[in-house]
Design a protein. Sequence first.
Length: 419
Amino acid sequence: MQPVRRLSLALLLAVGLPAFPFEASAQKGGQGKQNQSVSPQKRGKGGGQKTGGRGTQKGESESAGAHLPAGFQGLSKDEVKLLEGVTQRALGWIGKTSPKRSSGDSVADFFGGLATDRGDGDGPESKDDDDPSPERSRDVGLLVMAVLDAEQRDQLAKLLIDQRGVLQGYGQLRDRLSAKLQELRGESRPSRVFDRDVTQLAADLGQKELEIAIAQARNFVVLRQTLREDQLEYLRLVRASPNAMKTDSPAVQSVRELLEKMDDRDQALLQALTVKAVSFATGNAEENAPIRSGKSPGLLGTVKGGGKSDGSTAAFLGSLNVAQQRALITLLQSEQRLVSGYLTGRNQIVAALDSLKDGQPVNEHKLKQAGGELMEIEARAALLEARAFEQISTSLSKAQTVFIAQHLLPETEGKGGKK
């Protein structure tokens, strides 16, 4: 029964749906719609220039870490964002949060996205609301699927079916790597053999991810060639102002109802795949390079997904003594040394995949090796984090443990926190 159900995924998307109303929304009222889509973005920037000029000057003169304890107040904006992610993973480690299983929708994240293009999540221009909620991301995915015709949706559905096996293998390998890192709990001395095992697992995982990415890129190239000019134009407008899009049109509702016949996992995977395909089609390598989903939280566990500023970072740092804070500062410095190499390698992979649009040949073997090297860097960062977190966790006083459990961890994690 299972194979039949999987095949029906492609058949479901091939059925006729109401055509996306280009003539009504893009041609007849094209100018109005375009202005409406772009205006929220312009208002945000223009408002800052017109009425928030003094605020900008204040932000420029005030350290990005001014709200943090004294030892962290001199950090730059990029460093503060990195620190926020680190502290959320530290809380996850202290609370013994189980690493989340790979969902598949964040695999091969080399094609950009439509809902976070206002800024790089790790860059100086990013804002706290750059990363949308999962629900909003899915809504944008529904909108994009409604723009595609039945054959185009069918092509993506078949790609998803074809990649089930390799995605399952990727998830299993990732689970093994996450479990291996958890073995650092209670370990007091570094082991070269252990580190070598972790980096080998990471290399295998990275190569598997590039195998997935190359197949997806080739499929996206074919899909891009089938997009009509009106589809491309509309999708570029969606990309420019994804947060201004309304997702309650009849065409979107029809896609929503169609997907409800599939299980939740298939829905999420197909919507994510569609967004990646459209982002790849409407952007270039530079536009699609910014990181939109970190993998370290998945390897170690985290109390929240994106490390947003909600006061927990400052509260956690404030609960630590000087030696514990110093351990985090040392960790931050060590990770910063890895960032440059990671971004360089990642950008090269994004550029190589993007070159497929122009029919340029790529060396798949070298590209997979590059994916392995990229994941090795992530694994080294995870090793540094796990050891630093374990050092801090085992040095917490009873009062610190109770405070963190009561105020900084979700209730279920607080109960299952430090013994």
